[in-house]
Each structure stands twice: as structure tokens, then as C-alpha cells.
Design a protein. Structure first.
Length: 507
């Protein structure tokens, strides 16, 4: 079999490609600071292997104290026959500071965005698409290794494409600029790019012109984004093509437009199974509260979520397609509009495969890792605090089960105000009092949630069970309905239940 793949913290497949090289080795990596990988590359160069590595400059490393060591390592590699090509192109403009190695902008971890954000390794016999950088970091990475000659040829062509985009010379006015990326910008952006280069020596493209970027095509192959299609467009077409399931394994989920696209998909197909494996919002370096809000929104849309630590891997799978992209769900990786006809995106890679065997294997791989979080976990702390305050006011206690039920309600409905949550908790307290209890157990919380839903519309038993399926089991819902009928808070007409308003207002 020509294909090997795995989801692992072990980089042995990457090492295999490097050690198996006999004639040439071509590498693109977003970051490179592993001395172990450097020694292996030097060993291969000593065996007459022609090696080129495209990576980002040393000031793309977050720890400033490491940067001089990395520059020294790059110099050593060059002197030993390993050609290091440092892509100088910046994408976007996070924020300027005066404290970088280059003297104009701090590098690493959000202060500076270099355009190359992908990993691809090719020798004369094998090609590897991976999320693993040439670093010593231990993360959960994806490895897809193929020794089919046509795949190797295609991967090598994509490396040459990236090399052309980053380093191919273009003459503008009286100067030569490295990087044919400038051919995808409008005249105004070109002028700004050239002026900045003349003044500072920096190469930075704020955005591309949308009409100069080709359409994304959902077809088997490897694509350099956005120059062969915008990554966001590939994603949206991937979502549109799904029929019964959509699974996403990714490092970060931090994009409101993707949330809206998935919700749109669910409205069009209520039966579709959408699942996401990602890092917890607490691991997001950007706005953690915003990340939690995005997770709350997808949970409320009946999208299941699993948290795993140390994810760096990315892959998507649906009924017909496997996709291995280099980018996560955020604006700079997927790309976003930056004006009417302008598009901001760093350089990404996406591999698409419609082989049914591969699709099924990656589906099963995803499901082996998937363990859904409790939907109430996203807001349990806030709910527990409010629950404790309200029960103490009435001289009562509350069970953890009751708190979990209310938290799941809040998460499943994206209740934005404390008033609705407080109303349901107070209902649960009142119902517990009706039974002469001094503790709000889980059953009273479920009863209160049933009343909360029935106040909005009369419903059949199966409709109530369906609405609460993310909150508790059917048997608990049935028990809650029976108790409410006994107390007279709910009445039944035929097979439909409704609230007894006269009785409820006296609570």
C-alpha cells in the first residue's frame, strides 16, 4: 500500500521521509528550531542529498532568547549544504511595535504574521502532508504519507509553486521584488507594498484583490491557498457537499462566520451529524470569552464538541471527501474580506481526496478520539454561582445534578440574560417547596425546564423529550411531566400538554 497515515505525537513518519531521501529533499515548514532535525538534515546532506527548506525567519519564534540560536543554526545548515530559504513575506498587520529583531516589528505569536503557514515534505520517493513543524514540541499532529509517483510529482509541483510565490522575482518600477504574490494585488496595494519595501526593506501584503484569486474547486488534489482558491471557499464547498455527517478535527475554533455557515447547514438539513474536536477555549491565545461563546453557539445548534489538549492536527471528513488543510478556523488562516474587493489570508495548503476507503478510515479515526463534552460545562460555573445565591435566599440547598440540568438548558438555548436562568431556578425552588423539600434535587430542575418550554407553546410528550435530549434522559422527562400533572401545573388534552396558567401564577 502506498499510503500511510496516523494521528500521533510521534514524528517517525516525518523522520522516515527525511532519512529515506537519497537524491533530493524539499521541505516547507512554518517553524524550524529543532536541533535534532537539523542534525538529521546535515547527515543527509553529507550523503549528497540536495536539500532545500522553506521556512520563516527566526523572529517568527515566540521566545526572543531563542532567536539568535536559531539564526546560528540556519547559518550552520547553509554552510553544511542544507539550503535555508527564509520567506520574508508578512500577511496582514496585527500591531506594530518598535522591539523586533528586524528593528521594526516584534515577531512570533501574534505580533507578526509571516505568510507561509504550511508543512509539506517531499523526496524522490515519498510525499508527506503534515501539521508537524520541524520543532521539538510534542503535539497531536496528523501525518499523511504517500509514495504514489503521481502524488509525489504533484507535491513537488506545489513546493515549486510556494517557492515561486515567496521568492520568484518580479520587477516593479526600477526595483526587483522577491515573491510573485504581488501579482495578486490591486494597483493601490502594489504601490503601498513597494513604498514600504523601499522605506524599510519589509515585504508585506495587506490583502489580495478578490478578482485575481481563482475560484476554489472541490476536486481531488493539493492546492496552495489563496492562489489556487481561497481556503474559506474550499471549506464552505466542503460543508455544502455533505449529506449525513461533517466532522472537523482542528487546533482552534475561533471564527463566527464558520459558526453561521454550520447553523445554515443545520437549518437546511436537520438530520445532519456535525461534530468538532478542538482545543478547549482556555487554550486559545486570543479572546477566550469569545471562543467560549462560539462553542456555546454550536452546542446550542445540536453540534457535538470534544476537547483534546495539545492538538495541532487538522483534518475534515464528510460523506464524500477527506480534507487535510494547514489552517485552523480563524480569520487569517481561512481568509476574510478586507473591504469590498479585498481578501486577507496567509499562505495555506489543502489536500482533498474523494477515495471512499480514505474517507471511511479518517471517519473512523475521528470517532476513535471523539468523546463529547457535557453541553452545560461551558457555563456551569456561572449557573452554579447563581443557583447557590438563589437557594440560600430561600434557606435551601441545591444538588450538583440540578445545577448541571440548568447549565445544559442555558447552553442549549444560548440564554443571553441572567433573567431566564434565574426564572427557571426560582421555579425549581418553588417546586421543591411544594414537595416540602429543603434541597433542590435534579427532578425539580427538570420539572422547571419542562414548564419553561411549555410556557412558550403546548407540545406533545415526544416533542418535550426531544427538546430535553441534550439535558437529561427520557425517563427523567417522563417523571417530571407526571409530577407536574399531579400538582396541576400541567394539563393534558388528547396527546398535547400545556401549562395551567392559573395554577402557575400562584407559585
Amino acid at each position: 500500500m502506498s499510503i500511510k497515515y496516523e494521528l500521533s505525537e510521534d514524528s517517525h513518519l516525518l523522520e522516515e521521509v527525511i532519512r529515506n531521501s537519497e537524491q533530493f529533499l524539499r521541505i516547507i515548514t512554518f517553524r524550524f528550531f529543532s536541533e535534532d532535525f537539523a542534525r538529521t538534515l546535515i547527515e543527509r546532506a553529507n550523503n549528497q542529498v540536495d536539500i532545500e527548506v522553506i521556512t520563516t525567519p527566526a523572529d517568527n519564534i515566540a521566545k526572543e532568547e531563542l532567536r539568535p540560536k536559531i539564526e546560528e543554526m540556519y547559518a550552520t545548515l547553509n554552510s553544511k549544504g542544507v539550503k535555508i530559504l527564509q520567506c520574508p513575506w508578512e500577511a496582514g498587520l496585527p500591531r506594530l511595535t518598535p522591539t523586533s529583531v528586524s528593528g521594526t516589528q516584534t515577531g512570533g505569536m501574534g505580533e507578526k504574521w509571516y505568510s507561509v503557514h504550511l508543512q509539506l515534505i517531499v523526496n524522490e520517493k515519498q510525499a508527506l502532508i503534515t501539521s508537524k513543524n520541524l520543532t521539538s514540541d510534542k503535539n497531536l499532529d496528523i501525518y499523511f504519507l504517500d509514495s504514489d509517483p503521481d502524488f509525489v510529482k504533484l507535491a513537488l509541483e506545489k513546493i515549486e509553486k510556494v517557492k515561486e510565490i515567496c521568492f520568484g522575482q518580479v520587477k516593479v518600477d526600477d526595483i526587483a521584488i522577491e515573491g510573485k504574490a504581488v501579482e495578486f494585488v490591486d494597483e493601490k496595494t502594489l504601490r503601498e507594498t513597494v513604498d514600504l519595501y523601499k522605506q524599510t526593506g519589509r515585504l508585506k501584503i495587506e490583502h489580495y484583490h478578490v478578482k485575481k484569486l481563482p475560484d476554489a474547486i472541490l476536486s481531488k488534489g493539493i492546492y496552495v491557498c489563496p492562489f489556487e482558491g481561497k481556503l474559506r471557499d474550499f471549506l464552505y464547498k466542503f460543508i455544502d457537499s455533505s449529506k449525513s455527517f461533517l466532522y472537523f478535527f482542528l487546533e482552534t475554533f475561533f471564527d463566527e462566520f464558520v459558526v453561521h455557515k454550520l447553523q445554515e447547514k443545520i437549518r437546511a438539513n436537520r438530520e445532519i451529524d456535525i461534530r468538532i474536536i478542538t482545543r478547549s477555549p482556555e487554550e486559545i491565545k486570543q479572546n477566550r470569552q469569545k471562543a467560549r461563546n462560539y462553542i456555546s453557539e454550536v452546542l446550542s445548534s445540536n453540534i457535538k464538541v470534544c476537547y483534546l489538549p495539545n492538538i495541532q492536527a487538522k483534518f475534515w471528513v464528510n460523506d464524500s471527501w477527506l480534507a487535510i488543510p494547514s489552517g485552523d478556523f480563524n480569520k487569517i488562516n481561512l481568509g476574510n474580506k478586507d473591504g469590498k474587493d479585498l481578501w486577507k489570508e496567509d499562505t495555506q495548503l489543502i489536500f482533498l481526496d474523494d477515495n471512499k476507503g480514505q474517507v471511511d478510515e479518517f471517519k473512523n479515526l475521528f470517532l476513535r478520539y471523539f468523546r463529547p463534552i457535557d453541553i452545560g460545562s461551558i457555563c456551569i460555573k456561572d449557573v452554579a454561582s447563581l443557583f447557590t445565591k438563589l437557594t440560600k435566599r430561600h434557606g435551601m440547598q441545591s444538588s450538583s445534578e440540578a445545577k448541571n440540568y440548568i447549565a445544559r438548558l442555558k447552553s442549549s438555548l444560548i440564554i443571553k440574560t441572567e433573567q431566564d436562568v434565574e426564572y427557571v431556578i426560582n421555579l425549581a425552588i418553588a417546586l421543591a417547596s411544594k414537595y416540602g423539600k429543603r434541597k433542590v434535587e435534579g427532578t425539580f430542575a427538570v420539572m422547571a425546564i419542562v414548564l419553561y418550554h411549555l410556557q412558550r407553546s403546548e407540545q406533545k410528550s415526544e416533542d418535550i423529550v426531544e427538546k430535553l435530549e441534550e439535558i437529561t434522559e427520557k425517563c427523567n422527562v417522563d417523571e417530571a411531566i407526571a409530577r407536574l400533572l399531579y400538582l396541576g401545573f400541567v394539563v393534558k388534552s388528547g396527546d398535547v400538554y400545556r401549562v395551567n396558567v392559573e395554577k402557575l401564577v400562584k407559585v
